[in-house]
Design a protein around this ligand. Structure first.
Ligand code: 5GP
Length: 204
């Protein structure tokens, strides 16, 4: 059928408090799913060792960030630990227009804003096996002061409660199992009839 509608790309949002292994799971998910592309956020925080501009984040100054907020360039943005983070509307729309899927690694306040604007997006929350284990993992990361670790733990506890409005929860007790579960969620969502209307019309 020549007038078949092309199926829109999927927005896949993954949130988790720091120390839950979210970055590793996201990396593995991207490696396993060629149609899924990482949404590179903008941030005013400085790069950490090993992070690359344009790959992990677009690193910009606070002044530049504030200017972009005023211009309405972000679909959502938040201030976190004194730094600004945001998702650009253009970046999302460019990927979806190419029919690709988009992985957003963002915290729950931003995820809520995405849900309002893109109600068909899928929301996955990664949980640590327990709260004690989370504290241990935060302490083990090693590159942060005790004060920062305490702040992150307090924020993590608040964030964990947000799991209740997400679509899926993945407990990261065993990394391999958590990776497989996250991939399974993505693949199952791709098979939903509601997401395949264009392909199904074409079939008939
Ligand atoms: P980090 O500084 O450790 O890279 O990220 C801190 C937190 O900010 C993480 O929870 C990460 O998911 C979140 N984050 C990264 N980019 C964005 C964004 O564009 N929007 C929102 N709302 N959160 C983000």
């Amino acid at each position: 059928m020549s007038n078949a509608v092309k199926d829109q790309g999927l927005i896949f949002v993954v949130s988790a408090p720091s120390g839950t292994g979210k970055s590793t799971i996201c990396r593995r998910l991207l490696a396993a799913c060629p149609d899924l592309e990482f949404s590179v956020s903008h941030t005013s925080r400085p790069p950490r060792p090993g992070e690359a501009d344009g790959r992990d984040y677009c690193f910009i100054s606070r002044a530049d960030f504030e200017e972009r907020i005023a211009l309405g360039e972000f679909v959502e943005w938040v201030e976190n630990y004194g730094n600004l983070y945001g998702t650009s509307v253009k970046a999302i729309d460019a990927v979806l227009a190419r029919g690709k899927d988009l992985l957003l690694d963002i915290e729950p306040r931003g995820a809520r804003a995405i849900k309002e604007r893109y109600p068909d997006a899928v929301f996955v929350f990664i949980l640590p096996p327990s709260r004690d284990e989370l504290l241990k993992r935060l302490e083990k990361r090693g590159h942060e002061s005790a004060k920062v670790i305490q702040e992150r733990f307090a924020q993590a506890e608040r964030e964990l409660r947000e799991v209740l409005w997400y679509d899926y929860a993945v407990f990261n007790e065993d990394l391999e199992a958590a990776v497989l579960q996250t991939i399974a969620v993505y693949r199952a969502e791709k098979c939903k009839v509601s997401r395949l209307r264009g392909a199904i019309d074409l079939f008939f």
